[in-house]
Design a protein around this ligand. Structure first.
Ligand code: ATP
Length: 247
């Protein structure tokens, strides 16, 4: 069976351009069902651009994106969540003037299962509040008044309301305190263990690889290394370039 059919998510030779500049220069990567895969790399390596192309937020110049065997390269972004491909963008994108509960309800609107009853939605909300006790304590609060870490939790919880088959997270640790980063990663591991396939884009390479099954390293628009996460953590070149080890 070809990789494009076997994988939950598969990018083949993906190229993305901003005007004349090629930001992603032929990326091939796969995420198998149930896996947590991290894509790491320095600032400007092209991670967010790759992810936006996967989510359909920017056009693909060349190459293809497959989701559970179906080619979705040209599927509009708004149709992808209904297929089960859900993204948590960098910067979270929560609705700041809505309460925690209202944000969660919004997450259910892009549901693939449109026959969703209000009882189903209520049960989904209960599940998110059980996973994020911090949000439960603040369920009536406006999202804009939450801390950065709480907003990140809400963004993940809202994405889970869509019952993703594949969850794509862009820099969930961005701008958070070390304690909050730990909490967010603990939730990401829980979500992964509950069976959701995850592609995680992170600059915090150590945390991203410690949480992951496999990892890809991206440099200047290209994948330069891919291996089991524990092997990347032990790789001297990765340790020097991304884990702060002296040469
Ligand atoms: P970061 O962690 O800083 O977000 P990244 O690895 O996600 O980095 P990208 O944001 O994908 O990298 O950027 C890849 C390259 O594309 C960079 O050189 C960047 O300057 C460029 N780029 C990103 N967005 C645009 C845009 N809208 N227009 C033009 N160039 C862009």
């Amino acid at each position: 069976m070809p990789e494009s059919s076997r994988a939950a998510l598969h990018c083949a030779g993906l190229k993305v351009r901003y005007g004349g500049i090629e930001a992603v220069k032929g990326v091939t990567l796969s995420v198998q069902p149930g896996e947590l895969v991290s894509l790491i790399g320095a600032n400007g390596a092209g991670k967010t651009t790759t992810l936006k192309a996967i989510a359909g937020l920017i056009p693909v110049a060349e190459g293809s994106v497959f989701f559970h065997g179906e080619e979705i390269t040209k599927t509009p972004a708004y149709r992808r969540p209904a297929k089960g491909l859900v993204m948590v963008p960098e910067g979270r994108g929560v609705f700041t003037r809505m309460s925690v509960i209202e944000n969660l309800q919004m997450g259910a609107y892009c549901q693939s299962h449109s026959s969703q009853s209000s009882a189903d939605i209520k049960a989904l909300i209960e599940a998110q509040l059980a996973l994020f006790p911090r949000l439960k304590e603040r369920y009536k609060q406006l999202a804009g008044t939450l801390s950065g870490g709480e907003q990140q939790m809400l963004a993940v919880a809202r994405a889970l309301m869509a019952r993703p088959r594949v969850l794509v997270l862009d820099e969930p640790s961005m701008g958070l305190s070390p304690v909050m980063v730990e909490k967010i990663f603990s939730v990401i591991r829980d979500v992964s263990q509950s069976g959701v396939t995850i592609l995680l884009i992170e600059q915090n390479a150590r945390l991203a690889l410690e949480a992951a099954d496999r990892g890809y390293v991206m440099e200047s628009g290209l994948i330069t290394s891919s291996a089991r996460a524990q092997d990347l953590l032990a790789d001297p070149a990765v340790r020097i370039a991304y884990l702060g080890e002296s040469p």
